[in-house]
Design a protein around this ligand. Structure first.
Ligand code: SOE
Length: 382
């Protein structure tokens, strides 16, 4: 189970420590869905959201009163630099990730910055270096890593339970951008960045692949596609979908389909890996179980498995049969961030280097699609 004592060791001794004893003192920048998820996660283990800022004073105030936050700030930078903030949670549209993160690091704050870390790899690299130079904790919420059964898949692969991994496939499918009247800031490259479906959700799939297998994508061949060339009367040039083939350093090959226009698919992140001795399949919409395939023995592993890995057991917070989900992943991510802030090295914490990795892969994918050729990830990883 997660250590509350580690969380509560942060921030004591300061002035706010007097009113919010032993708290992880967070600033949340962003008043949308993610701002809420992060706020709940901060509080799940005894932390405090001391302030919130958004795109307007009104939005910040509405968020403050609805979510029991300490203060509403009209100016995000004011909040970022406040003395009573230990960790800044950046939950705003993509193009604002870099300036807010860099300001937070310059102010000596730890950062949890939403993915994609930046709208291009060069900026993601700059953010990663800034965090390393400052010696601060810098986390990027590849939150699906925090499903206990995703950890179990990783532990099983690492233990050799499925042999040598030679094939990986699956995809990440949604339908919330199916129709042309559906628009969102992510569609606009100036705000969301030049890659949309891949940057937004393909990044999660690649992170899960590399996290679960411990392997790395070395080369990609990708195609991009679009259902809608116009949204809300405006021309669109970011992709609705990507089909991807890849090779890995460990000698595996694989493919993934990424789409935000697949009717009926809501948040279908599926990863299946096959090795010389067995297969494992993780489905984000059925996260309490892991499908395990073998010749002669195929079944479901659930989190009451007697030999469940320590890391999966550590992240299991409810008894089996009492499903954990999306919010629990963020709760665990913040608990592990708090652990890192107090000097721990929690297993599997996704950090800026992982966000940079996703940005680099995204650039390789876009380049491959644009030039219709295989691209070595090293070609764009400079
Ligand atoms: C929208 O596509 C979205 O909220 C992504 O931005 C998240 O990263 C993903 O976890 C769920 O879908």
């Amino acid at each position: 189970t997660m250590s509350v004592s580690k969380v509560t060791s942060i921030g004591s001794g300061s002035d706010v420590g007097a009113t919010v004893p032993n708290a992880y003192r967070a600033a949340v920048i962003g008043t949308g869905f993610m701002g809420r998820v992060h706020s709940h996660a901060v509080r799940a283990h005894g932390g405090a959201v001391v302030g919130v800022a958004g795109s307007s004073r009104e939005k910040a105030e509405a968020f403050r009163s609805a979510n029991g936050v300490g203060r509403a700030h009209a100016d995000a930078l004011d909040l970022v630099r406040s003395d009573d903030v230990d960790v800044v949670h950046v939950c705003v549209p993509n193009h604002l990730h870099a300036p807010l993160t860099l300001a937070a690091l310059a102010a000596g704050k730890h950062v949890v910055c939403e993915k994609p870390l930046a709208t291009d790899a060069a900026t993601a690299r700059e953010m990663t270096s800034a965090a390393a130079d400052a010696g601060l904790v810098a986390v990027v919420p590849f939150a699906y890593r925090f499903h206990p059964m995703a950890r179990e898949a990783r532990a099983l692969v690492a233990a050799g339970a499925i042999g040598r991994v030679g094939l990986a496939h699956g995809g990440y499918l949604q339908d919330w951008l199916l129709y042309p009247q559906e628009d969102n800031w992510r569609v606009d490259p100036r705000i969301g960045g030049p890659t949309r479906a891949f940057g937004d959700i393909g990044s999660h799939w690649c992170d899960m692949l590399e996290f679960v297998t411990g392997d790395r994508i070395t080369a990609v061949s990708a195609l991009t596609g679009r259902f809608n060339d116009v949204r809300d009367g405006r021309p669109v040039d970011t992709e609705d979908l990507v089909t991807l083939q890849f090779t890995t350093a460990g000698g595996a090959v694989g493919s993934a389909v990424i789409s935000q226009v697949s009717p009926g698919r809501k948040n279908s992140l599926v990863l299946e890996v096959s090795g010389t001795e067995g297969s494992l399949r993780f489905d984000q919409e059925r996260p309490e179980t892991l499908w395990a395939g073998g010749r002669g023995r195929t079944g479901i592993i659930s989190r009451d498995a007697p030999d469940l890995s320590r890391d999966a057991a550590r992240l299991a917070t409810t008894p089996v049969g009492h499903p954990q989900g999306y919010q629990d992943c963020f709760n665990a991510l913040v608990a592990d961030t708090a652990d890192a802030v107090s000097g721990g090295s929690p297993e599997g914490l996704p950090v800026f280097a992982d966000g940079l990795r996703a940005a680099v892969i995204a650039e390789a994918v876009l380049l491959s699609a644009r030039e219709r050729r295989w691209v070595d990830v090293s070609e764009v990883d400079r």
